[in-house]
Write a protein that binds this ligand. Structure first.
Ligand code: F3S
Length: 671
């Protein structure tokens, strides 16, 4: 039930709620908490050396999962694994764990580890280490536990000044001063100022950058807020410092451990607003995201507002929500061997496991991303209790690839893929990780082509269907082939000219000629153009599949007809004959045909000369067949060559007269 404030019920409140970006788990705490949950998930009996964080809810959750809290390694039972919290621990504890073979996971924050190392290095008989911080804080105890001699722990600048006043009178040593990681920055600056008034002092800026940013932001936010809520554990040093910082800047500042405590708060009697309330929320490094959210939700119970105003909605709006299936952007903050951490702009820590980064077994996270990269991700699982989100880059990549496929369908882009196998009704082609089904009717140009011949081949295809819901795509190789053929045809007709020479494959043969593919377009070589010899069928000269060098004899662009020539001039028997023979030459050849007026004698293949009946003998021949038969070999003289009419006259008679040959007519009469 909302309390009422009669002075304000008629006022429409404009409420602005700002949650500090740095509120909640820092990376060091997050890392240590995750280590414990990780051990628990493996079923390992787990103990933490002290409470893993200063947050009762998280500690209780871990206890419910069987995690014990021990104050010393001596309390660890056999078989248990120890997780060292982000605060770290002293060197004695490490030695005990190692000497007793107790397995442990070291969650010491790297910032804390740095101070431990500085303290260990500086502490000597010639140098006194001074730690500025809470004496009882485990981090401070841990740092002191790494010193070779006793460290001095001081709470603030005044105590430091008091200590240093007499130190140099009593000791001939230098001093090394360092604050704990979560110390108040302004208080540390005062300590530094004190240290500078002495000589022989070295100071180390060991406040962690996360703390600096958190405190700076809290200070600015508190300055600008009417009400400031600091959420965190009562034992948490960094939360208490945040509260101190905020209280100094904002008159109405509250420290709560969780949402229940917020309910018990009473607004100060002097608190009022005149239409505007600015509320700021920040939280310590040990505060899980879900607690910050619960606090936000409960705040509506504490503030009086106009009935029309939904305070909860207003606060909700200041939180970026995240749900399973959301597509989000994440900044890479950490890279490990098997996962990366990302900042997704909410109070959760995002994780992308290696198998959600890539399918490639040869790649490690560092091969894929680098710190600071902004990557697109899909939310797989949100765990508000742990403040974690599991995400996948791979799914986004697959989605992106499918988006490309959808776009390719829309704009007709030709894609490439490798045919993996023949399936019922077609083939499957893998393109950018997506299996595309290509139906038989769309796989080849001709039905007689075998689908098996496509397997393992890279094919070009068009997407004819892309189902975004089912992530299924249908492709067509044939449409690409048709398109390519049409483009080749258009180009051919644009440029083709009589005399152009092509090399082309014989695609088919008919009784009147052979059809040759000129690259997308077919031309015909007429039977008469195939050979200088007389042939009865084109198959005497060419076969389907032969590659011929042809030239365009004639083309009709309107009718789309092309006549091709194949015979070459240099092969023309007349050309050969004229080059080798002259009138007067005696030639021996076979009779190839006999007519009533004479006999044809083959001089060379394709060239016959006529021995007229009057030129067969020096005697009178009345019937050629009485003297000569087809196949007879005769020697005759070339008496005349009519190149224009391609006629050759020959005479046996003249050679008889010259005594060069015997008279065949004599042989006939002798018989
Ligand atoms: Fe480490 Fe700083 Fe957090 S020291 S544990 S990152 S507050």
């Amino acid at each position: 039930m909302k309390p009422s404030n009669s002075a304000n019920t008629s006022v429409k409140a404009k409420i602005t709620v700002t949650v500090a970006k740095t509120a909640g788990f820092c990376f060091g705490v997050d890392r240590a908490v995750k280590m414990v949950y990780n051990e628990v998930s493996k079923g390992t009996p787990t103990v933490t050396l002290g409470e893993i964080i200063h947050n009762a809810d998280v500690v209780a959750d871990l206890e419910s999962k069987g995690v014990r809290v021990v104050s010393s390694p001596t309390e660890v039972h056999s078989g248990e694994t120890v997780v060292i919290r982000s605060h770290g621990t002293g060197s004695v504890a490490y030695r005990y764990l190692e000497e007793n073979g107790i397995p442990y996971a070291d969650g010491t924050c790297p910032f804390v580890r740095r101070i431990q190392n500085i303290a260990a290095k500086k502490s000597s008989k010639d140098c006194q280490v001074v730690i500025i911080g809470d004496e009882g804080h485990p981090e401070v105890q841990g740092i002191a536990g790494h010193c070779k001699n006793e460290a001095v722990i001081l709470p603030n600048a005044d105590a430091l000044d008091e200590y240093l006043k007499t130190f140099f009178e009593k000791h001939k040593k230098t001093v090394a001063i360092m604050p704990q990681t979560t110390y108040n920055i302004n208080s540390w600056l005062k300590c530094k100022a004190v240290a500078e008034s002495y000589s022989g002092i070295e100071t180390f800026d060991t406040i962690c950058s996360t703390t600096r940013e958190r405190q700076d932001e809290a200070r600015r936010l508190a300055e600008d807020s009417d009400v400031m809520i600091v959420v965190g554990g009562k034992k948490s040093a960094n939360t208490k410092r945040l509260f101190d910082i905020c209280s100094a800047e904002c008159g109405h500042c509250f420290l709560v451990e969780n949402a229940n405590e917020l309910k018990m708060l009473k607004m100060p009697s002097g608190f009022s607003y005149k239409g505007d309330i600015r509320i700021g929320i920040t939280a310590g490094a040990s505060t899980p995201a879900h607690i910050i959210k619960e606090v936000k939700n409960q705040m509506s119970e504490k503030i009086i507002m106009d009935e029309d105003f939904n305070f909860e909605e207003a606060i909700d709006a200041s939180f970026k929500k995240i749900y399973t299936g959301n597509r989000v952007k994440g900044i890479v903050t950490e890279i490990h061997n098997n996962e990366i951490s990302v900042d997704v702009g909410t109070k959760h820590t995002g994780y992308v496991s290696l198998d959600n980064l890539t399918d490639d077994p040869n790649l490690k996270p560092a091969d894929i991303v680098k710190i600071g990269d902004e990557i697109d991700l899909i939310v797989l699982k949100v765990n508000d209790a742990e403040g974690t989100v599991q995400l996948s880059k791979k799914k986004v990549d697959a989605q992106k690839d499918f988006d490309d496929m959808v776009k390719a369908k829309e704009d007709g882009t030709i894609l490439e893929g490798v045919v993996t196998n023949v399936v019922k009704g077609g083939v499957l082609a893998l393109s950018k990780g997506i299996k595309v089904f290509i139906p038989t009717s769309q796989a080849t140009m001709r039905r007689d082509e075998k689908l098996e011949d496509l397997v393992k081949k890279t094919v070009r295809f068009k997407v004819i269907e892309a189902d975004e819901v089912k992530h299924k795509a249908l492709g067509s190789i044939k449409s690409v082939l048709i398109e390519e053929k049409n483009a080749a045809k258009a180009k051919f007709w644009e440029t083709a000219a009589v005399g152009d020479v092509f090399k082309g494959e014989v695609k088919s043969i008919t009784s009147y000629g052979a059809f040759v593919d000129l690259g997308g377009i077919d031309g015909m070589v007429h039977i008469s153009e195939l050979s200088w010899d007389r042939i009865k069928h084109p198959s005497e000269v060419v076969s389907v599949g032969d590659v011929l060098e042809v030239y365009i004899k004639d083309l009709d662009k309107d009718a789309g007809r092309i006549s091709l020539g194949y015979k070459k001039d240099e092969d023309n028997p007349w050309t050969k004959f004229l080059a080798e023979y002259s009138a007067g030459d005696a030639v021996t050849g076979k009779v190839v045909s006999i007519t009533p007026f004479g006999a044809f004698v083959q001089i060379i293949p394709g060239i016959d000369g006529l021995v007229h009946i009057s030129q067969i003998s020096d005697k009178r021949v009345t019937n050629v067949k009485d003297v000569l038969s087809v196949g007879d070999e005769v020697t005759a003289k070339i008496t005349d060559i009519d190149a224009e009419k391609q006629r050759i006259s020959m005479s046996i008679k003249e050679l008889i007269k010259e005594g060069a040959v015997d008279d065949a007519a004599d042989d006939e009469s002798a018989e």
